[in-house]
Design a protein around this ligand. Structure first.
Ligand code: GAR
Length: 206
């Protein structure tokens, strides 16, 4: 997993594994921030950690190559981004086709990028939420795996809305990873299907 900050999604994933809701193992946590609480959470859970700072590399491509090598060294099957505040480019993504996933605190494609919750409040939407999606080379633009809807209340500020969305993030991220672990996911263009049956049903709707 790659995380830059607090690591509550990392924690939710480790908890889901501990409680048997997710079949898998966090093999490594990489951070680009020495102060990331995610690193501390990983250490407590006895998960290996690596601090990898972009400043130690000549170019973005070199940094991404090192990140990919590290993930491969630990035999990562899926790379889950959890509050990893960097855009990954082709050098990294090429190593893990359709195996890099991210969580974003809005109903994509609305409000990609930074401060998604503040963007939602400013726009005046009645509902926001969160999205687990595959990562492509755009900003929060890859195929959508799962979403959860969260109402925006009249007296919400960025903090209260973020908190309510976070509860849903912690619920859907482990579920999305479990679907991947079960090998039930099929990606066709932008569409993600969970079973062969769903693919034929959705296909006939369009
Ligand atoms: C989460 O809300 C996540 O959705 C968001 O950062 C937070 C990380 O929290 N990610 C993005 O905004 C990515 N564009 P966490 O470190 O406690 O998991």
């Amino acid at each position: 997993m790659l995380a830059s900050g607090r690591g509550s999604n990392l924690q939710a994933i480790m908890d889901a594994i501990g409680e048997g809701r997710l079949n898998g193992r966090v093999v490594l946590v990489i951070s680009d921030n020495p102060h990331a609480r995610a690193l501390e959470r990983a250490r407590i859970a006895k998960v290996p950690t690596r601090l990898m700072l972009p400043s130690g590399y000549q170019s973005k491509a070199d940094y991404e190559k090192a990140l990919a090598q590290c993930c491969q060294e630990y035999k990562a099957q899926v790379v889950a981004l959890a509050g990893f505040m960097r855009i990954l480019g082709p050098t990294f993504l090429g190593h893990f086709p359709q195996r890099v996933v991210n969580i974003h605190p809005s109903l994509l494609p609305a409000f990609p990028g930074l401060h998604a919750q503040e963007q939602a409040l400013r726009h005046g939407v009645r509902f926001s939420g969160c999205t687990v999606h595959f990562v492509d080379e755009g900003v929060d633009s890859g195929p959508i795996i799962l979403q959860a809807v969260v109402p925006v209340l009249a007296d919400d500020d960025e903090e209260t809305l973020s908190e309510r969305i976070l509860v849903q993030e912690h619920r859907i991220y482990p579920r999305a990873l479990q679907l991947i672990a079960e090998g039930r996911m099929l990606v066709e263009g932008r569409r993600v299907y969970f079973t062969e049956m769903e693919r034929s049903e959705r296909g006939s709707e369009t």
